[in-house]
Design a protein around this ligand. Structure first.
Ligand SMILES: Cc1cc2nc3c(=O)[nH]c(=O)nc-3n(C[C@H](O)[C@H](O)[C@H](O)COP(=O)(O)OP(=O)(O)OC[C@H]3O[C@@H](n4cnc5c(N)ncnc54)[C@H](O)[C@@H]3O)c2cc1C
Length: 393
């Protein structure tokens, strides 16, 4: 509907080619992946082969060197496919661990992990959350004991996307007291590592969620990402892309739900006329459209600021994440309501959109944590670049 567009012709061509990819490689597999509660590893290889993982990454590592709007175009198309679980697996591979490697990794680490991940040859995951610590990153208890020329890792991670499929994990570990955490590039072929799938999820069925276990895992010092004991600060500042992508995804998924609701209102009749003639439902559509446009404006502004400031854009990104993830779920809820009993069935895709979107207010930093960040800036007059709270930022 909107005439404002930040997309160039190059972005639009990318969008069209990815749309074709989705129609050929993703849509026909939705039922199978959702029922199996895991997607196919082959889809990673195909995404990489076609260059879709690397659109916003440097050309030196196999990316296309485009800007973040390219990633936005890919994310929007994926959301319109209405398979949140697969989308999450692909984002958790691309936009959670890889930006951190890109920002902090050595040349050798980038060639060994980031380049094959962008080609889809290696599957990546981000391992921060533990059974006893999620928002409270400072509460992490998985340890990496410094043994001189190597670390010995012990502990466990919870709810890790791509957890059982991953070839490597960007892993947050404790290397000292207090906030002394570090990030390791952990190879899942390491002896002592194991992973079990978590299947009893409300939604996101086609994504692989795992619990990871580390028992006396020997990790070389060369696996350290950035500086030792600085992991907490890296986590605080370097994980903005996952929130940005969550905001884009939420907006596009809400828009897709609105489109479904409008189509259904034209075809369904009640009391002798299309339900689209009922003013109460038409006004629901108006409110949903207002919400989608508000979400899009906020998400796009956050992207524009991220392009300009990088992780320094976290104030507007936190606002976008908090607002959009709550509102996108509300739009899906209204779209389901408009479908009546059929909305509750699997047939129209609203049931899947509803349960998948529910995760967005929890994952990538909860709404409450976003509010915590925003309120610190608003109330304590803390300069944006100096904000530090003891929670996942
Ligand atoms: C399907 C799925 C996939 C996931 N994928 C990954 C992944 O790939 N990698 C990864 O590391 N993690 C992953 N997570 C974990 C996710 O990031 C955490 O669940 C989330 O950060 C919340 O942590 P928690 O579950 O420990 O909840 P808690 O931190 O225990 O929070 C419980 C409640 O308390 C609130 N709360 C906590 N602290 C505060 C505070 N200071 N002020 C106000 N309220 C507060 C929270 O907002 C929440 O409502 C995934 C989770 C799920 C469900």
């Amino acid at each position: 509907m909107s005439t404002f567009s930040p997309f160039t012709e190059e972005h639009q061509l990318l969008r069209q080619s990815f749309r074709q990819f989705v129609a050929k490689e993703i849509t026909p597999n939705i039922k199978h992946w959702e029922e199996n509660k895991i997607c196919d590893r082959e889809v990673f290889r195909k995404m990489g082969e076609q260059g879709f993982f690397g659109v916003s990454f440097p050309e030196a590592y196999g990316g296309s060197g485009m800007d973040m709007w390219a990633a936005v175009a890919i994310s929007e198309e994926l959301s319109h496919a209405n398979i949140g679980g697969l989308a999450m697996s692909l984002y958790a591979h691309t936009y959670l661990p890889l930006p951190v490697i890109n920002a902090l990794g050595t040349e050798e680490q980038k060639q060994k992990y980031m380049a094959p991940a962008l080609r889809g040859e290696k599957v990546a995951a981000l391992g921060i959350t533990e059974p006893g610590a999620g928002s409270d990153v400072g509460g992490i208890t998985t340890t990496a004991e410094d043994k001189g020329d190597h670390f010995v890792v012990n502990g466990s991670k919870m709810f890790i996307t791509n957890g059982t499929m991953a070839d490597f994990v960007v892993l947050a570990v404790r290397t000292g007291e207090g906030h002394a955490l570090s990030l390791l590039l952990f190879d899942t072929a390491t002896p002592g590592f194991s992973a079990t799938p978590i299947h009893n999820k409300l939604g996101m069925h086609s994504s692989d969620t795992g619990q990871l276990f580390f028992e006396n895992c020997i990790v070389p010092k060369s696996a350290l990402l950035g500086e030792k004991d600085f992991g907490f600060y890296y986590i605080m500042s370097n994980f903005q892309e996952e929130r940005l992508i969550a905001s884009i995804t939420g907006t596009a998924a809400a828009e897709a739900a609105l489109e479904r609701a409008k189509a259904y209102m034209k075809e369904r009749t009640a009391f002798g006329r299309p339900i689209g003639k009922f003013q109460v439902l038409r006004h629901k559509v108006a409110k949903m459209a207002i919400t989608v446009e508000a979400c899009r404006s906020l998400a796009y502004r956050a992207v524009a600021e991220y392009i300009e400031k990088g992780p320094g854009a976290y104030y507007i990104i936190s606002i976008a994440k908090a607002f959009i993830c709550e509102e996108a779920f509300n739009v899906a809820n209204e779209a389901l309501q408009i479908h009546g009993g059929w909305g509750y069935m699997e047939d129209y895709g609203l049931a899947r959109a509803f349960r998948d979107l529910r995760l967005l207010t929890v994952g990538a930093g909860t709404t409450e944590i976003m509010h915590e960040i925003i309120s610190k800036i608003e109330m304590d007059e803390v300069r944006h670049d100096k904000v530090l709270i003891k929670a996942r930022v």
